[in-house]
Unconditional design. Sequence first.
Length: 275
Amino acid sequence: MTKMKKLLALLLALTMVFALAACSSGSTEDTAEAEDSSGSTEDSSFTTATEGVLTMATNAEFPPYEYYENDAVTGIDAEIAAAIAEKLGLELVIEDMAFDSIVAAVTSGKADMGMAGMTITEERLQSVDFSEPYATGVQVVIVAEDSAITSVDDLFEGGYTIGVQSSTTGDLYATWDLEDTGLCTVERFNRGADAVAALTSGKIDCVIIDNEPAKAFAEANEGLVILDTAYTEEEYAICFSKDNTALSEAVNEALVELMEDGTVQSIIDKYISAD
Ligand code: GLN
């Protein structure tokens, strides 16, 4: 509950930051346009890691947000990023890496933004800026059909081994609530799919992970179910370096336009059926 309140307070603060950014970027844009003698109508006041390119860091192990189809990274995030790049007149390049390398890729300036179903958290806000949230995520618990764990509360009885993807919010919550308190053991995996494989083979008792990949994993693996009670709810956003606010404002503005005109929702609906 307190975590939820903290998150809400955070979101409120964030909304205010972007409300301010929206006001000030209006005038920046005017200046940029007034000064633009090249005849280009694009807002050319931002710079990217590679000229003309928007580089997105992701971890393509997170269906339906980002995953491989043939040799290309596809999914909700990939499509939203492509629409943003198009609006900004940039070519989108997606770089696939470990989830816990994304923030470093962004802060070092190697990537222009990180987009990976990434939850806004206080810890991440210490090192990166976030866009407006564009989707909701829910941390859920996957168990074997015949598991003794039938609700989130059961986990707090203790004695279980919980699988998570390393450095994700599922990892954070399991660590804080269940491992640091001495109740359960947490096993960290590089990929969510590896955690699920460990669950299937009976090495661990459950997996805490985001709901949409959880659905995909439960569908692909016989004998697994998702508990009805959710662990917690959170917001996904794009992360940026704190040092390139001209770029983060331009990307955020494009994202907001794409949310307002329904593009983001139609991309989400394409991958996630309402149920
Ligand atoms: N939403 C979770 C997080 O931000 C998981 C993201 C992911 O695994 N790609 O930590």
